[in-house]
Ligand binder design. Structure first.
Ligand SMILES: Cc1ncc(COP(=O)(O)O)c(C=O)c1O
Length: 404
């Protein structure tokens, strides 16, 4: 094992649980949408830490919030309340349908809280029999055992013994199948208002409105997992606002902290009352440092200029990708919304999304994949035109190297 200042990729294998397979480069510094590795090589960041770094790296607004709060108070626990948590909760209620907020530390934990609230509501208001959670194939909701089982990829939840029960997976965008399946036993439907990990799949307007209507018909709760779509990513503060369908419960994380870990479950006063004192909790949930940073992030991202900027940047990305496709003929479709975009590979390039990710890395560009057939882009919401142009020059070189 090397010393701190000489960390190498091979050290990962020596000391880390092997549930990840990180790339060779070790980034050490970031600013805006640029990152530098140990050797000084620079990268344009079109990945944003998987839809997290919504204001880029080390944005002064976040650095100031962190520095200010770090000199006041770091942690209390929920035995006390704290100012940043209450201020952030107020902000979140101002920018969404929510009246009440529960703070967690990640997307999975926010979803865990959402699912537990739904089940508790059903037991309190209806009966233990109203326990079915419906979710969608290819959906992703986190890695706790409940959330990973609700997620629509059995490969992620298999192999850990008996699973939490009464969870059904149906096809996304198939309203007829959902209609045929739903009953008074359905407790809640959990869905992403644009599937991220599953391949950047938007819901049709008919589907999302139909889901809401069926929830109303069968007295089931609608839970929107906005962990990836939230906090400005699609050009609305939350994606539900662009869909015209309001959920009963919403989970948010990732961009909420702009790079500092925090998650939250948002809901109504009527539902929130079912999580009485002692029914749920978290030591770090509502941590003052996390909340102070998230407060600064929410204030900035909810500005109309930033949200409109996302729509403008979507066009920069779409035209950049279309221009490259005209040259290299690799994509069958550019899809998604705002700055949650996917370039789906055509027949000839099936299964090669990771090759593009690696080739981009070699040219100094960070991109993501969503499955083996989609190259995913989730950059900073305030990425500059210059950074985007430089990133596309590098992507051009990467695609050229693959098509040689
Ligand atoms: C839609 C969605 N839900 C939940 C999660 C899990 O969030 P976390 O990794 O913070 O637990 C993710 C992460 O990719 C996600 O995209």
């Amino acid at each position: 094992m090397t010393t701190n200042s000489q960390v190498e990729r091979k050290d990962f294998n020596d000391v880390m649980v092997p549930c990840y397979n990180p790339m060779e480069v070790i980034p050490v510094k970031g600013e805006g949408a640029r990152v530098w590795d140990q050797t000084g090589k620079d990268y344009i960041d079109f990945a944003g830490g998987i839809a997290v770094s919504c204001l880029g790296h080390c944005h002064p607004i976040m650095v100031n919030a962190l520095q200010e709060q770090s000199q006041k108070l770091w942690h209390l626990s929920n035995v006390m309340t704290n100012e940043p948590a209450i201020r952030l909760a107020k902000k979140l209620t101002e920018v969404s349908f929510a009246e009440k907020v529960f703070f967690a530390n990640s997307g999975a934990e926010a979803n865990e809280a959402a699912l537990k609230l739904a089940r508790r509501w059903a037991v309190d208001v209806h009966s233990e029999e109203k326990s079915e959670i419906i979710a969608f194939k290819q959906g992703f909701h986190g890695r706790t055992f409940f959330t990973v089982t609700v997620g629509g990829q059995a490969a992620y939840s298999d192999g850990f013994g008996p699973k939490p029960g009464d969870i059904t997976h149906l096809e996304y965008n198939n309203l007829a199948e959902l209609e045929a399946h739903m009953s008074d036993k359905t407790c809640a439907i959990m869905m992403e208002p644009l599937q991220g990990e599953g391949g950047i799949i938007s819901p049709t307007s008919e589907f999302v409105k139909g889901v809401k209507a069926l929830c109303e018909k069968y007295n089931a709760l609608l839970i929107f997992d906005e962990v990836q779509t939230g906090n400005g990513r699609t050009g609305d503060f939350y994606a539900y606002q662009g869909l015209g369908v309001t959920p009963d419960i919403l989970s948010t994380a990732k961009s909420l902290g702009g790079g500092f870990p925090i998650g939250a479950m948002l809901t109504t006063t009527e539902l929130a009352q079912h999580l009485k004192v002692g029914t749920h909790g978290s030591t770090y949930g509502g941590n003052p440092l996390a909340c102070a940073i998230a407060e600064a992030v929410v204030e900035e991202v909810s500005k109309p200029d930033v949200l409109n900027g996302v729509k403008e940047r979507e066009q920069w990305f779409r035209s950049g990708l279309e221009a490259l496709n005209a040259k290299y003929h690799m994509f069958s479709e550019i899809r998604g919304k705002g700055l949650l975009l996917g370039a789906a590979l055509n027949e000839e390039w099936q299964g090669r999304a990771r090759d593009i990710l690696v080739a981009a890395g070699e040219q100094g560009l960070m991109v993501l994949v969503a499955g083996v057939n989609v190259v995913r882009f989730t950059p900073s919401l305030v990425i500059t035109k210059e950074e985007v142009e430089l990133g596309f020059e590098r992507l051009d070189k990467a695609l050229a190297s693959l098509t040689k």
